[in-house]
Design a protein around this ligand. Structure first.
Ligand SMILES: [Zn+2]
Length: 281
């Protein structure tokens, strides 16, 4: 699931939770697993009852519970405490998940983020859940930044396949010489883009414009979230600038302005490969 509501949910949760609790962002990769009531490590996302003595479906219960957690704006750690508590109240065996990963797996929600925690002093990557660097003697929690890199190729592919009709329609307009005055101010009608089209007449071109935006997260501190995202030039402007049509490359959450190499070094490398090969590898 990747759309505007997901992003605002990320923002909301970060806003609401304790600064040190970034776990709410749920960054692990959820894979489909097979099922067994007895073994909770093997979960089936199918529509099975929650336990033997109910007609309530596991899927429906998980969805309702997820909505409740989101409305409550509590952290991942607290959410898992609730899950474990509810599980102990139910008849055994039951399919109530005990972790957010398992809950999202049951609901078939894909997570495209990979989390990194870094020390901004020595630039070292810290262990998961480590909040202060143990190498730097002067390190405090404000020197720890949280980075969420996305699977950009998949996110871009999702937007392009969803809006392929609009892209193809706009490409026809871009190639047409008969354009109205309002449209001719847009990037694809400009000299540079038109020259590129003439030089590469047989290419099915997709161009990206990258943006960096900073958003304050807490009134009480200078904690900020930085977004590095792309907009697709071949989309008509009214589609191009909508947040859910702008695939995210990476998110940086920290107390100081991000070190670009630390934050985006690996993303730039991946984008370069994408540009050269049309895919990552
Ligand atoms: Zn350090």
């Amino acid at each position: 699931m990747y759309d505007e509501s997901h992003l605002s949910e990320v923002e909301e949760h970060v806003l609401d939770t304790d600064e040190s609790d970034f776990d709410t962002l749920n960054t692990s990769v959820y894979a489909s697993q097979s099922s067994d009531y007895e073994n909770e490590d093997n979960f089936d996302p199918a529509d099975d009852p929650l336990h033997y003595y109910t007609h309530l479906q596991t899927n429906d219960i998980c969805m309702e519970f997820l909505k409740l957690l989101r409305d409550s704006q509590i952290s991942k750690t607290q959410s898992e405490r609730f899950l474990s508590f509810i599980k102990t109240l139910l008849p055994y065996p039951n399919k109530m998940p005990t972790s957010m990963e398992k809950l999202l797996t049951i609901l078939n929600i894909t997570n495209y983020f990979t989390k990194r925690i870094v020390c901004i002093l020595c630039k070292k990557e810290l262990n998961n859940k480590q909040l202060v660097c143990n190498t730097c003697t002067t390190a405090e929690s404000k020197h720890t930044a949280h980075i969420y890199d996305t699977d950009f190729f998949i996110l871009l592919s999702l937007v392009v396949s969803r809006l392929l009709v609009e892209i193809n329609k706009y490409k026809e307009e871009i190639l047409s010489t008969n354009i109205n005055e309002e449209k001719c101010y847009d990037i694809p009608f400009g000299q540079i883009y038109q020259d590129l089209l003439k030089r590469l007449p047989n290419e099915n071109m997709l161009s990206l414009l990258f943006h960096i935006d900073g958003v304050g997260l807490c009134k009480s501190s200078n904690l900020k979230m930085w977004l590095f995202s792309a907009s697709i030039i071949e989309l008509p402007p009214h589609f191009r600038t909508r947040r859910h049509n702008m695939p995210l490359v990476s998110i940086y959450i920290g107390h100081t302005e991000p070190d670009i190499n630390l934050w985006l070094g690996s993303s730039f490398l991946a984008l370069k490969l994408l540009k050269e090969n049309g895919k990552y590898s």
